[in-house]
Write a protein that binds this ligand. Structure first.
Ligand SMILES: Nc1ncnc2c1ncn2[C@@H]1O[C@H](COP(=O)(O)OP(=O)(O)OP(=O)(O)O)[C@@H](O)[C@H]1O
Length: 257
């Protein structure tokens, strides 16, 4: 059992989830500190996405606890809802409004923290917010594309817009589900570099599901391996052995794919 420290941004304990009586997650634990990048690795069907979705509340776990800076995220309270706004999620299939500009999409990241008494339309985003969004785009190297429609950007650029949107949300925890799986190697490298740089410079706690072990080793501080819904290993990126890594991808009768 892992022990949470006062500095952890994200603390996950004992998550369990079954679908149709079949256990897909059995006792998942995770701690991520501000500024730290943790990569979740594992074969298809090992439970990585379910672990992230349970963590953010998109899937209700059967058991377990999720804490964000000490607040229980799953207890259904208003405090939990507020704590959830500190968490952003980035997916493989990029959830941006394709016909809107990159800048509008980034501004939309702030909707959760804007006053609720007026409904914001892209034209009404306040000037300060547009400036902040522009600074976020600049942080991911896309200030010069701010006014282009998202549909006109490449997959890697769109994923960087998604990261800028998380920045504009002022997220302190970022969960990324296969953020680079659809990208070519050089775009994947760039997106991971940007994500790791944001983690370190903005003190964001990042947990990312990755399918590329070497990319994970290069950009993550720690690696967590999942096999058949259980943690197979967890350790510093430079200490996890090649054998441990390879063991995740061995065809195994216990793994659901
Ligand atoms: N909503 C659902 N209903 C039923 N089964 C599900 C559901 N979501 C996930 N599963 C099953 O849970 C298991 C784990 O799925 P999950 O998507 O978490 O794995 P993963 O490690 O992320 O896989 P991949 O690398 O292929 O994305 C799989 O066998 C999957 O079919």
């Amino acid at each position: 059992m892992t022990t949470a420290t006062a500095t952890d941004a994200l603390t996950v304990r004992g998550l369990c989830k079954s679908f149709g009586g079949r256990a897909v997650l059995s006792g998942f634990d995770l701690d991520v500190a501000p500024g730290e990048v943790v990569a979740l690795l594992g074969a298809n069907g090992s439970g990585k996405s379910t672990a992230l979705k349970c963590t953010v509340g998109l899937v209700r776990p059967d058991r377990g606890r999720v804490g964000v800076f000490g607040t229980d995220l799953l207890d259904g309270s208003r405090t939990a809802d507020r704590a959830r706004t500190r968490v952003a999620m980035v997916f493989q299939q990029i959830h941006l409004v394709r016909r809107r500009s990159a800048l509008d999409n980034v501004c939309a990241g702030a909707l959760g923290r804007l006053p609720l008494h007026r409904s914001w339309t892209p034209l009404a985003f306040p000037r300060e917010l547009r400036e902040e969004a522009m600074a976020c785009l600049d942080r991911v190297g896309l200030a010069d594309r701010a006014h282009e429609r998202v549909a006109a950007l490449s997959g890697g650029q769109q994923q960087r817009v998604a990261l800028a949107r998380a920045l504009c949300q002022r997220a302190e925890v970022l969960l990324a589900d296969e953020p680079v799986s659809a990208l070519d190697p050089s775009a994947a490298e760039r997106v991971m570099s940007v994500m790791a740089d944001l983690a370190r410079t903005e003190s964001i706690a990042v947990a990312a599901v990755l399918h590329q072990p070497e990319l994970a080793r290069r950009h993550a501080d720690r690696l967590v391996g999942l096999r058949g819904g259980r943690i197979a290993f967890a350790g510093a990126a430079d200490e996890v052995t090649q054998e441990q890594m390879s063991s995740l991808y061995v065809v195994n009768e216990g793994v659901h794919s």
